[in-house]
Design a binder for this molecule. Structure first.
Ligand code: SF4
Length: 378
């Protein structure tokens, strides 16, 4: 028997999660959401983990929706005291039709000039295209969609069983096309790639092809993580619906293992990279940067360093090497001065004097600066 959703309004004290610097995946510095729980109820959703979920019973996650009724006021107060950067926000689960809080939170972002990153499983986001266009015109933003299979994929019917409360993926791709035509940067978050269900070559190619065919510019891939009560919950779902996969998942996710063990995730990432190249899109999100941003050059360098880090990760280069580049990226993100001026006045030595930029990463940054400079003048 299907269960009806229950809405529980409440008034939290804070809404905005602030991070020290933008992450290297979505390029977001803040996040703020109006609802706790999600009526899309994807069985693999990490939000059922203890640290994210206020539910003792994980099945409540999709049916008991906590509504932050003062979300817009809290967001306005918090953002008006914060430097402008990208906000991960808006949630178009069915509750949004009733409460409209995502729209009100977007209005706050528009009024205060903050760019947004919206990631959706619902085409309801089309309702707010007008407002998102206003935001996008003043501060380049991203509207992306989650998709882990397509109707062309061999296991699509099985995957749908794991996200059966979410709108069909065809509607998400149609919405993506509408946003692409309206001039937005859009693409797909291909997360989580479910072992044994979404990681076959036919599905990897179908997701990338559908993205490119619908105006998407990137496919950002990520694996499934399983922790505490969500792990028990997901194993229970497999036991009931796909008993043939249970033993495999128990092997890939042994006790105390959060990420899959002995699973070829690097090979899959490399395959997605090759497919993205084939279809003329990227496996990374291009960083949106505000027009006139005084630190635009620093941000472009950070973007390139983060791309380099990802490249090293998927080629399984040594950790110390990867960390050197990651720390250099963080240092340049934190830098108040324009890195171009530092290079103009002090050359390579100036770059190498930035904390955590070493002799090798300094040379790499120098090469990136010269390339960016040449691109600007050609
Ligand atoms: S739509 Fe996203 S947040 Fe909602 S259940 Fe699915 S994965 Fe979780």
């Amino acid at each position: 028997m299907s269960r009806r959703a229950v809405f529980v309004p409440y008034r939290p004290k804070t809404i905005l999660n602030k991070y020290k610097r933008a992450d290297h995946w979505f390029w977001t510095r803040y996040s703020a959401y109006p609802y706790l729980g999600c009526q899309h109820g994807c069985e693999f959703c990490y939000c059922r983990e203890q640290k994210y979920s206020p539910y003792d019973d994980p099945t409540d996650f999709a049916y008991v929706i906590k509504v932050k009724e003062n979300a817009p006021e809290l967001l306005r107060r918090a953002l008006s005291r914060s430097p402008v950067d990208v906000v991960f926000t808006a949630d178009y689960q069915p509750a949004e039709r009733k409460f409209g809080l995502s729209r009100q939170m977007l209005e706050v972002c528009r009024d205060l000039g903050f760019p947004v990153f919206v990631l959706e499983r619902s085409a309801l986001v089309l309702r707010d295209m007008d407002l998102l266009q206003e935001i996008n015109q003043q501060a380049p933003s991203v509207v992306a969609f989650s998709a882990i299979s397509t109707p062309d994929s061999p296991n699509h019917a099985r995957v749908r069983q794991l996200e059966h409360l979410a709108p069909p993926v065809e509607k998400r791709f149609a919405a993506m096309e509408a946003f692409a035509k309206a001039g937005f940067l859009t693409g797909v978050s291909f997360m989580p790639i479910l072992p044994g269900l979404c990681d076959d070559d036919a599905n990897l190619e179908a997701v990338v092809r559908w993205t490119a065919d619908h105006g998407g510019k990137f496919v950002l891939a990520g694996g499934l993580t399983l922790s505490d009560q969500q792990k028990d919950y997901f194993f229970g779902v497999l036991r009931q619906r796909f008993p043939d996969l249970l033993a495999l998942y128990q092997r890939w996710y042994p006790p105390a293992s959060y990420a899959p063990r002995n699973y070829p995730r690097h090979r899959i990432a490399l395959r997605i990279r090759a497919l993205c190249q084939k279809y003329g899109i990227r496996d990374r999100v291009p960083r949106p940067i505000l027009p006139g941003d005084k630190r635009a050059l620093n941000k472009r360098i950070v973007e390139r360093l983060a791309d380099r880090v990802y490249e090293m990760e998927i080629h399984q280069e040594p950790d110390y090497h990867i960390w050197a580049y990651r720390k250099a990226a963080w240092a340049i993100e934190d830098l108040e001065q324009n890195i171009g001026l530092i290079y103009q006045t002090m050359g390579l030595k100036g770059l190498q004097s930035i904390p955590n930029v070493g002799p090798l990463s300094g040379k790499v940054v120098e090469k990136m600066l010269v390339e960016l400079q040449n691109n600007r003048t050609t």
